[in-house]
Design a protein around this ligand. Structure first.
Ligand code: NAD
Length: 499
């Protein structure tokens, strides 16, 4: 048993209240540790420390900030195995998948090392007689990021490096289900020379989040999680005058056209549907087959591969898919499969009976599942399942397939498998989804682009990281200047123009 505490002002600090949450090993169901949950007093303490640190950090030279970020990047690599072990043991995903998550997170740190380039302002010379105008981007103040369980390292890294490199001071409120990675990152930041109080970790639940949302000392809140909570965070934060970006859930469709390379599409879909047991916001959860021939061939091939996926504990080499995050979530996933079946879907591959490998029967396992003949009114189609479940919808033509995607409430990611350039171009232009793949199943943008969905997959105006991230973490100031030698004498009360 271990205990996870807050990290505030460069020190590990126990939560002041009595409340804690258990940390489960999802592969056995055993409690392996506990995390202290923040009281409102703990939130106040973290904000006070971060506000104090902002006075100096926001004034620290840009190249100094960059050198700390470089050092942090180096230390992350050195401690890759330690971070990976926390991800696997607390989240449950398999080792290689966790390593992939780390790589994608580290790329955002690398990108943040280039912050001088991204913070360059704009300058307009001689807009009027002796007058120059320029823009500068300045840090907001104390900012906060609230993150989900499914990427305990990568999603925090979507926000931390850029926000800090921009000159903000930061409070991370990670998921209470897999909290350990956050503390390792805090320790490594301290080792990298980040001044105390610039990066703080506050563990907690709704009590902490609600206090953050109405705290006058916090300027901006970034959130990633389920849509219901994202919508609440967005409206509550905005009502309290905070800048908010809140990314929510997803239901990502892949359209498989008759001219597609079905073998290639199937290989891609296996990883995208069942990787990380489907607990990815970019998981491919709906396959839309255009024509019965495509559906029959595709389903036979997917089944063939999916039933051979090695499911088990993430720490065991060779396993390809781990357990789900909690007992309740596992029961929900299995319940949705049963609901789909009772509503008329055909269960082609059934993961409900899989209880885990020998000796791990208490784990929260569900095997890969495929449901065919799913229709748009079924709950397995309308709801985000967040499990290893691929639903197949059969349609007659491309237009019908597109209409399905357009009508769904979520718009995070989508992709099309085709060899037809016209169709692909039409799809990328018309589709109402934020991240689109053409023969690419998980179109997660790299660090120098930005990540974000449309429709009810996001609340707020800015996507995550990349150029959008810099805009979110800074505010713009425009300076208009004229020096004494060029100032004309005499007052003029009319509105200034550029003459
Ligand atoms: P969640 O919404 O339950 O929790 C997210 C965070 O919010 C956690 O830190 C949690 O402590 C906090 N929280 C939970 N309930 C709250 C409440 N009622 N009030 C205030 N705070 C609350 O999400 P989760 O189960 O941890 O993560 C899975 C969800 O996240 C899925 O829906 C998935 O699609 C989504 N997700 C989205 C993206 C994206 O980029 N759009 C990325 C990753 C995950």
């Amino acid at each position: 048993m271990y205990k996870v505490d807050h990290y505030i002002g460069g020190k590990t600090i126990a939560a002041t209240g009595e409340r804690t949450a258990p940390i489960y090993d999802p592969s056995t169901g055993a409690v392996q540790g506990e995390v202290g949950l923040a009281s409102t007093a703990d939130v106040d303490a973290a904000v006070a420390v971060a506000s104090k640190a902002f006075e100096t950090w926001s004034d620290t030279g840009l190249m100094k900030r960059v050198s700390i970020m470089f050092k942090f990047r180096e230390l992350l690599d050195k401690h890759r195995d330690e971070l990976c072990e926390h991800v696997v043991k607390e989240h449950g995903k398999v080792w290689d998948d966790a390593m992939g998550e780390l790589t994608r997170g580290f790329e955002i740190v690398e990108n943040a090392c280039g912050i001088p380039e991204m913070l360059k302002g704009e300058f307009s010379q001689q807009v009027g007689s002796g007058i120059d105008v320029y823009n500068i981007r300045q840090a907001l103040g104390v900012v906060c990021s609230i993150t989900p369980f499914n990427f305990p390292a990568m999603v925090p890294l979507w926000t931390i490096p850029l926000a800090i490199a921009c000159g903000n001071t930061f409070i991370l409120k990670p998921s209470e289900r897999d909290p350990s990675c956050a503390n390792v990152m805090a320790r490594l930041f301290s080792e990298a020379g980040l001044p105390d109080g610039v990066f703080n970790v506050l563990h907690g639940d709704k009590v902490a989040v609600d206090h953050i949302l109405q705290h006058d000392g916090i300027e901006a809140v970034s959130f990633v999680g389920s849509t219901k909570v994202a919508e609440y965070i967005y409206h509550t934060g905005a009502a309290n005058n905070k800048r908010v970006q809140a990314l929510g859930g997803a239901k990502n469709h892949a359209i498989i056209m008759p001219d597609a390379d079905i073998g290639q599409a199937v290989d891609a879909m296996i990883g995208a549907a069942f990787g990380s047991a489907g607990e990815r916001c970019m998981a491919l959860s709906v396959a839309v087959a255009v024509g019965d021939d495509v559906a029959d061939e595709m389903i036979a091939k997917i089944k063939d591969q999916a039933e051979n996926i090695k499911v088990g504990c993430g720490m065991v080499a060779g396993n390809e898919m781990g357990p789900l995050i909690t007992k309740e979530h596992c029961a929900r996933v299995k319940g949705l499969i049963s609901e789909g079946e009772s509503q008329g879907a055909k269960v082609v591959l059934d993961g409900r009976g899989y209880e885990g490998p020998e000796g791990k029967e208490g784990g929260y396992f569900c095997g890969p599942t495929i449901l065919d003949k799913v229709t748009k009114d079924m709950s397995v189609y309308t709801e985000e399942i967040f499990g290893p479940v691929l639903v197949v919808v059969r349609v007659d033509n491309y237009d019908e397939a597109v209409q399905l995607v357009q009508d769904h409430e979520y718009g995070n990611g989508t992709c099309i498998f085709t060899r037809d350039g016209d169709i692909a171009r039409n799809f990328t232009r018309k589709i109402k989804v934020g991240m689109v793949g053409v023969n690419v199943p998980l179109p997660v943008p790299l660090a120098f682009h930005s990540f974000g969905g449309w429709k009810r997959s996001i609340f707020g105006d800015h996507h995550m990281y990349g150029p959008e991230g810099v805009r979110f973490w800074t505010k713009i100031k425009t300076v208009t200047s004229r020096w004494p030698t060029s100032i004309m004498s005499g007052a003029n009360l009319s509105f200034p123009s550029s003459d």
